[in-house]
Each structure stands twice: as structure tokens, then as C-alpha cells.
Design a protein around this ligand. Structure first.
Ligand code: GCB
Length: 893
């Protein structure tokens, strides 16, 4: 079954919506019912005011996105257009005396809601909740809602460009709300509680609560109501309450405040003890004593401060904020993710030992911050003003509206300490060829920042404001953007997109010296890690898990040792969809600590080792259960490193029962050189009473093929690469290449492909068409003369893998190369012959012309090896340089 709420709906709709409930007449607080089922959907290229005739409609439930599959295919781009949703409501006539609302928790990104063909409301922006009042549109017989949604590019709506996919659709829960005509506001910028809580006084000894309450009287009669607010502790005991009586005139809204005072020795909210009180507010008709409405809000007593010198303080104690940023999508689902998986993400952050979530780059499902409140994760939330702005009044208005929606909808969350509103806004500066015009553009950015900052401080003086910048210190400082927000966030990638890992610490020190009064957060840092790629000589852009481990160790050490760094959020909690990215896993940004399906990578374990207080010991290569390697010279084993992540000082590793000795942990990692034998290797690590085990299935490759102790079965080699690639579907493991040595195997001649933009890539960073094994094709030996394998006589299957890596469609340069030195590619062709043991195999192979650029080409054949000749491949050029991307050899018998 997909979503549990379906059951709820079928149970509740007949009794509540059809007005059959008897208790409803006595006690009338607003009802909220999820309305996720029974929708019909169709794409519609014509964006009219009604669905085009003759559309073919499919049945769907919410959450839904129309882009879940088209973002993953080889075609560049995805559908950014219009889709229609429709659903019958079947409301009972008894609801005529009530107020009925539809609430949408997230629709990307422009929405028009029609009821019985008439426009009932619209919304702009894909990441905040909105509420559409239905009164006046309903016939209470056979009502139909039609929702037009578009995720087309609109220059007046943020985000304009970003490194994530803008999935279209009604992708968060839809709810139907039914209230009495007199009720707490259900639609204050999408906030449906109508109650805003602050804690004017809070200390260990004493606290007070102020509730700002919004009431609406939609009836034609004035009404006298009593408002009753009670603060309840976690045991359900009322610890403070307040009652007031007021008169709300007909068709009027009324705002008033209620104080709960003298709350002695409040339980404080913190990551260790996320103690939540509940504030229950009731609206009672004085005449009939009926409860007209009731809302419940969470409340955490805490106070906090960011200090430019000493970092972050919670309840007077210093707390280093360490956590992750998060995108909202999930493997195979796009952004249409069920609640349980959203909650699980926050749980995974907590299990990692994190205490902070940067909800980025946009407000997310309400479940996320609810989970943060419950689990004790502090948070920042931001609107999606990313990379660039439009200098239009409409863009500014939309940004302001999003900011107010974000703040009001999440106002009562104890977890939230920061509201942010811009990310790397100078990453893609417009008008680079026209400096005076660019100066005007920068002024617009500063004005927008100032507008959003002032708005935020006015809306919520109790929290901090923040902008997250990329690592170009001077650019932001020069135009005044570092002055505006209360906190400056930096997204730093030294040692990834540019510079060295060591530059990171220097950057932090520079902020400290030059922005002496500005608290700082490292809002992003990270390195790609494709869990299928491993390396014993990791380098940047190879996407190996090993490089990411090294990168994160240095960053974490630098963050932890500087008290003025309030905290840091690794980019990203999990891999996420970014359609324009190519690289080893096309369309995915691999900087997650977890995979897109939320499997922990080794870096997640590293964070556990750094952050968890309870003893932690885990074999870091736990996801690397199948390995291969060439035997050490004349030995029947291959020596390879194994890493263990731990927060213990030392650990001892055993392999097949034999100790490999005790090692000290360096930066929370112990390393051993392990002699892997062919077949099963049982690893066990121990430290004090703790242990972890891993079975590794090792395929030993003979050092020399004549070695009878190591029989040859199969090998797969990546040319031009020093990395391993594990195909988890076929269980094939691809090894790095080697130059030919007699008795063994390897290439003769040529050099590894250096890429067309070598600052950004290891091999090619292009999507290879017609394969999911992109890393097999993304590196190559250019100018190869021969490949020799001195295999014994027998029958073999040989496969050669090719792809033309130069030329083809030049994709938009990824702006995340901060040096922005993207070069125009030269279109070239090569034509060559390949022969096997002197026999012609491939003639006039012209990869570009015959198959197209960056397209996977696999050529297999069977070979009878006899007379001790082994296998020799000859590459002969006709034009340009011959290439080989990968090679596989399997012994049949
Ligand atoms: C950034 C951006 C983020 C990208 C990230 C990356 O600085 O803020 O949206 O996804 O870098 O991985 O390049």
C-alpha cells in the first residue's frame, strides 16, 4: 500500500464531509482531512483556463510529480509545462453553513484552482503552503475541483536557475478543512493555526508566553467569544492558562494577544532534551458554550545567540552546530515523497549525531520541521533566491510573499533559529560584458536583500537573518552584501571546485579577521562521492568515496577547532536530482552523505565517528563488499587498504581470525593494509567491548597468468583511470589499468584522456548515452598502440568498450566551477582499425560518425587462444588517435 492516509480519508469522508457525524453538532473545531486520493491528471501543452478537450486522464494520488521518470533519461531537459489535476468533492448540503477550504502544502510552481469551472484562487511559488477558500464556489452536490499547475520557466519567480531539478506537480499533501463561520484564521499566508507564539521571557527559572491570535467571523452576525489558551506539559498537565472574552463583529477579522505568565522552572528545549509543550487555544461561543474552533501548537522554551567571536549559544551554553543541508527529493519519486520518508531523513541526521538542518534551498514539507522540533535538531529555512535575480517588481513581490509565507507557516517551530533568503547570488552575475549595467544589477540585488532582511526582522524579531554566499569573499563584501544579514553563511568548496583543501581554514580566518562583528556559518561544503567508485590514489573529481573522506576530515577538523565558526552544514544530507548534471551518475549531485535511496555512504559513518558520543566502530568500507585486485608479486593474495571509522582511540583488525595489529585512529579513521585472498575474507574489528564485522568477496587476479594458484576467470579494466568501479547490478568490478608487463596484461602506448575542461572532471564529465555504466566509458587511453594479455591457451570472450568523448553538444557550463573557465569544445573525429592476434576485428571504426558523440559502444567477440600466444590487440590509426575506454575478458573454458 502506498500511503496510509488513504484509509483515513475513506473512513472520514462519509461521516464528516457528508455531515453524518453526531458529535460534530456539539463540538465544532475545524476538521482537517487529507485529500490525496482519487485525483485524475493529464499533461496539457495548451495552458488555457480549462483543460483542453480530449486529454487522456490517468488516475493518480498525491503526492505526485510528472517528472519522476523524464529527469532520468538520456534526453536533456524535462517537461516544464502545464498539467491539470481534477477531483470530485461530494460535499453534503449540511456543509452549506460551514467554511470549506482547500490547503495545498506544496505545488510546483504556479497554481490556479478552479471549482466547478470558476477560478477560486491562485498561488505563485513551489515550496510554500497555500489555502483556497471554497465558499461561494460550491454546489454541495457534484462539485469538481480542477487544478492547473505549471513548472514552466517564469522570470518573475525564484528559483530561476539552480543545481537541482524543478519537479512539477502537486507534490505535497492536499487537505480539506471545514470550519464554523467563526474560527481561527485558516489562511494567514498559508498558516492555518491563526496563533503565533513567542516567549518574551525565558530562563531556567521563569518563562512567559505571548500568543497573538487571529480570529475571523465570516457570519453575518456579531459574536461574543471566549478565547481559552492553555500551556500543557509533555505529561498533559496544564501548567498555565489564560481566558479572555471579546466580541467579533460580522464579516470582520480580529487580532488580539494573550499572555501566559509565571511559568516556573520551565523544561528547556535542546538537542539533548527536545522538550515540547503544547499550547492549545480554543474559541468558544459564549452564548452556546460550543467550542467553535481549537488549534494546537508546539512550544519549546529556549533562547539562543550567535556570537562573531564565540560561536553559537543555546540556553546560555556553547553548542557547535554541525549538520547537513537537505534537498527534498528521493530515488524514483522526484519531490513527491511520502511523509514517512521525509521524517526518516531527519531521523538519519539525528542518528549521525547532527544537531542542525539547513532546509535548503527552499521551505520543505511541514513534516521536516515538525521532526526537527521533536528530535532536537536546530534549523535554518530559506526561500529559493538562488544564483541570480530578475530586476522586476514582480520578482521582488514574489520573493517577499514567499518570505512571509515561510515565516508565518513555521513561526511556532522551536527548531528554527534562522530565516535566510539568498544563496550564492553573485555566482552567475549578469552583464559581465557591461560593467556599468552590472553595477545597476548589483544594486538591485542589494536592494532586494535589504528589503527581504528588513521584512524578516519585522515579521520575526526573535530569529536571525542570513545570506549564504559562495567563496568569493571580495565580491560580496564589496557590494555590501556581508553587512545586511545578521549572519553570513559561506558555501566553501576549496579542494573541490577550486584551490586546495587547506585553503578552507584560511578562508575562515579571513572572515574572522575582516568581518569582526559578523557571526559565521559554513552553510555548505562537500565533495562528490559515488559509492560505486573507490580509489587507492584518490584525487579531486574522481568521485571516489576515499577522496570525500579525506576532504571531510580536513573540513571537520578546521570547523571544530575554531570557536568563532558557529557551525557548518555539509552539502548534502543525501544525493539529489539535478537534471543538468552529467558526471558518473548523470542527473544526480553525488555530494550526499547518503545515496538518493538513503543508503549510508562511508562519509556518513565518518560523521558518526566524529559526532556520536556513544562508542562507535564501523568498517568504513562496509558498502564495498565485492572487491578485486591483482595479486602481489608471486603471492596468493592482494594487499589493499581497509578503513575503520571510530570515535575510539585504537582498534584491532582481524582477517580470517588473524590479527593485523592495533592501530591508532587518525582523524577518526584506523587503516590497515589487508592481504585479501581469493574468495571469502572475514574482517572483524574490535575496540574494547565493541566490534564490527564484514565479509568481503574478493576476486584475485593473477600477477602473472601462468600462476596456477590464482586461476583466471574474468577481469574488467578501465583505461585511463586509477579508480575502481563496481556495477552493483551485474556485480562486475572494474579495475584501474596498468602498463603492460610480460606475463601479465596492460596497455602499450598512449596516455589517459585529460578531459576538455580538466578542472572540473576526471576523464569526461558528460552523460554517456545508452548506458547506466557511465564510468566505464568516461575515461580512456588516447593514442593506444596495443593491449596485451598473456593469458594461457583457452576459449575467451573479449569485450572492448568505446565512446567518443570529444565534441558533441556543449552543455551549459556548470556554474559551480567557480573559476568558470569552461572552454568551447573542439569537434574532432578519429578513425582506426583494431585487430586481434593479427586478425582484423574492427575496421574504419569512426565512433563519432557511426555511433554519435558520448555514446556507449561495446564490441565483443570470442577468441581461441592457442600456441601460448596470448591475446594482442593492435590499434592502427587512419585518422586521429585511436582510443580504448575499457576492456573485459572472461575465460569460457
Ligand atoms: C553550491 C550550491 C548548491 C550546489 C552545490 C554543488 O554552492 O549552493 O546548490 O548543489 O554548490 O554541489 O555544487
Amino acid at each position: 500500500m502506498k500511503y496510509t492516509c488513504r484509509h483515513l480519508i475513506t473512513l472520514l469522508i462519509p461521516c464528516v464531509l457528508l455531515g453524518a457525524s453526531t458529535s460534530y453538532a456539539q463540538n465544532k473545531p475545524a476538521k482537517l482531512i487529507s485529500l490525496n486520493d482519487q485525483w485524475k491528471f493529464s499533461k496539457d501543452q495548451v495552458a488555457g483556463q480549462a483543460p483542453s478537450p480530449n486529454l487522456s486522464w490517468g488516475n493518480f494520488s498525491i503526492p505526485h510529480s510528472w517528472n519522476t521518470t523524464d529527469v532520468m533519461d538520456d534526453e536533456p531537459g524535462y517537461y516544464r509545462g502545464t498539467g491539470w489535476y481534477k477531483r470530485k468533492l461530494k460535499l453534503d448540503a449540511s456543509l452549506k453553513s460551514k467554511e470549506v477550504f482547500l490547503a495545498f502544502n506544496g505545488v510546483n510552481q504556479e497554481t490556479e484552482v478552479y471549482v466547478n469551472g470558476k477560478l477560486a484562487g491562485t498561488h505563485i511559488g513551489g515550496y510554500t503552503r497555500f489555502v483556497i477558500p471554497l465558499r461561494g464556489f460550491l454546489n454541495y452536490k457534484d462539485d469538481e475541483v480542477q487544478v492547473k499547475v505549471t513548472n514552466r520557466f517564469n522570470e518573475d519567480i525564484a528559483p530561476l536557475t539552480a543545481d537541482f531539478t524543478f519537479f512539477g506537480g502537486i507534490y505535497r499533501n492536499v487537505e480539506l478543512m471545514v470550519t464554523e463561520p467563526v474560527h481561527f484564521s485558516k489562511n494567514d499566508h498559508g498558516n492555518s493555526s491563526g496563533v503565533y507564539l513567542t516567549t518574551p521571557e525565558v530562563s531556567k527559572e521563569m518563562a512567559s508566553v505571548k500568543a497573538k491570535i487571529l480570529i475571523e467571523n465570516a457570519s453575518a452576525k456579531e459574536i461574543k467569544v471566549q478565547v481559552h489558551t492553555a500551556l500543557t506539559n509533555a505529561d498533559g498537565v496544564v501548567v498555565a492558562k489564560s481566558t479572555a472574552t471579546l466580541t467579533v463583529p460580522a464579516h470582520q477579522k480580529s487580532t488580539f494577544e494573550q499572555d501566559l505568565k509565571n511559568i516556573k522552572s520551565p523544561q528547556l528545549w535542546s538537542p539533548e532534551n527536545p522538550y515540547l509543550y503544547r499550547v492549545i487555544t480554543q474559541l468558544i461561543d459564549v452564548k452556546t458554550k460550543t467550542v467553535l474552533d481549537q488549534v494546537s501548537n508546539p512550544l519549546g522554551f529556549r533562547w539562543f545567540k550567535f556570537d562573531a567571536e564565540k560561536g553559537f549559544f543555546l540556553n546560555g551554553e556553547p553548542v557547535k552546530l554541525i549538520g547537513a543541508s537537505r534537498h527534498q527529493d528521493y530515488k524514483g519519486m522526484g519531490n513527491a515523497v511520502p511523509d514517512a520518508l521525509q521524517i526518516r531523513d531527519v531521523e538519519l541526521l539525528k542518528k549521525m549525531g547532527g544537531n542542525f538542518l539547513r532546509v535548503s534551498h527552499y521551505p520543505q514539507d511541514p513534516q521536516i520541521l515538525e521532526a526537527c522540533d521533536r528530535l532536537g535538531i536546530l534549523a535554518s529555512v530559506e526561500i529559493p533566491v538562488v544564483n541570480t535575480i530578475t530586476e522586476s517588481a514582480a520578482f521582488t513581490e514574489n520573493c517577499k510573499n514567499m518570505q512571509v509565507e515561510m515565516i508565518r507557516q513555521n513561526f511556532n517551530r522551536p527548531s528554527v533559529v534562522i530565516w535566510a533568503y539568498m544563496n550564492e547570488i553573485l555566482l552567475r552575475p549578469k552583464f559581465t560584458d557591461d560593467k556599468p549595467r552590472q553595477a545597476v544589477y548589483f544594486k538591485h540585488i542589494v536592494t532586494l536583500a535589504q528589503t527581504l532582511d528588513s521584512l524578516t526582522r519585522k515579521e520575526d524579531p526573535s530569529r536571525y537573518t542570513m545570506i549564504a554566499n559562495h567563496g568569493s569573499f571580495d565580491s560580496y563584501h564589496k557590494i555590501g552584501l556581508t553587512k545586511i544579514p545578521m549572519i553570513v553563511g559561506w558555501n566553501l568548496y576549496s579542494g573541490w571546485y577550486s584551490g586546495n583543501i587547506e585553503d578552507f581554514g584560511k578562508f575562515l580566518d579571513r572572515h574572522h579577521q575582516e568581518l569582526t562583528d559578523k557571526p559565521m556559518l559554513v552553510t555548505e561544503y562537500g565533495a562528490d562521492a559515488d559509492p560505486r567508485i573507490r580509489s587507492f590514489s584518490p584525487v579531486r573529481f574522481d568521485k571516489s568515496v576515499e577522496y570525500a573522506i579525506r576532504f571531510n576530515q580536513v573540513y571537520l577538523n578546521d570547523i571544530i577547532k575554531r570557536p568563532f565558526v558557529s557551525g557548518a552544514m555539509v552539502w548534502n544530507l543525501a544525493d539529489f536530482n539535478s537534471e543538468t548534471r552529467a558526471e558518473t551518475m548523470p542527473h544526480i549531485n553525488n555530494k550526499g552523505l547518503l545515496t538518493l535511496g538513503r543508503e549510508p555512504k562511508d562519509i556518513y559513518l565518518l560523521y558518526q565517528a566524529y559526532l556520536l558520543k556513544k562508542p562507535f566502530l564501523k568498517i568504513a568500507s562496509g558498502t564495498w563488499k565485492i572487491r578485486t585486485g591483482v595479486a602481489d608479486s608471486s603471492k596468493s593474495f592482494a594487499t589493499q587498504p581497509v578503513q575503520v571509522t571510530t570515535n575510539q582511540k585504537t582498534a584491532e583488525l582481524f582477517v580470517n581470525g588473524q590479527s593485523l595489529g592495533v592501530k591508532d585512529a587518525v582523524n577518526h579513521v584506523c587503516s590497515w593494509e589487508v592481504p585479501f585472498v581469493n574468495g571469502l575474507n572475514q574482517l572483524k574489528v574490535t575496540s574494547a567491548a565493541y566490534s564490527d564485522e564484514l565479509d568481503v568477496d574478493f576476486t584475485l587476479q593473477p600477477f602473472e597468468f601462468s600462476d596456477r594458484q590464482v586461476p583466471f576467470k574474468e577481469m574488467n579494466v578501465l583505461l585511463g583511470a586509477k579508480r575502481f568501479y563496481i556495477d552493483n547490478t551485474t556485480h562486475q568490478i572494474w579495475m584501474p589499468d596498468q602498463p603492460y608487463q610480460k606475463g601479465s596484461w596492460g596497455y602499450i602506448g598512449g596516455e589517459s584522456f585529460k578531459g576538455t575542461n580538466n578542472r572540473m572532471s576526471y576523464g569526461s564529465d558528460k552523460n554517456i548515452m545508452e548506458t547506466d555504466n557511465d564510468p566505464v566509458y568516461q575515461t580512456q587511453q588516447v593514442g593506444i598502440k596495443q593491449f596485451k594479455l598473456d593469458v594461457p591457451d583457452g576459449e575467451y570472450e573479449l569485450s572492448l568498450y568505446f565512446a567518443e568523448l570529444i565534441g558533441g553538444v556543449t552543455k551549459e557550463a556548470l556554474a559551480y566551477n567557480l573559476d568558470n573557465n569552461h572552454q568551447k569544445e573542439i569537434v574532432r573525429q578519429r578513425i582506426f582499425n583494431v585487430s586481434i592476434n593479427g586478425e582484423s576485428f574492427l575496421e574504419n571504426l569512426n565512433l563519432a560518425a557511426d555511433y554519435g558523440y558520448t555514446t556507449a559502444v561495446k564490441k565483443s567477440t570470442r577468441i581461441t587462444v592457442q600456441g601460448g600466444k596470448g591475446i594482442t590487440l593492435d590499434f592502427k590509426t587512419i585518422e586521429g588517435m585511436p582510443v580504448l575506454n575499457a576492456l573485459g575478458l572472461r575465460k569460457i573454458y
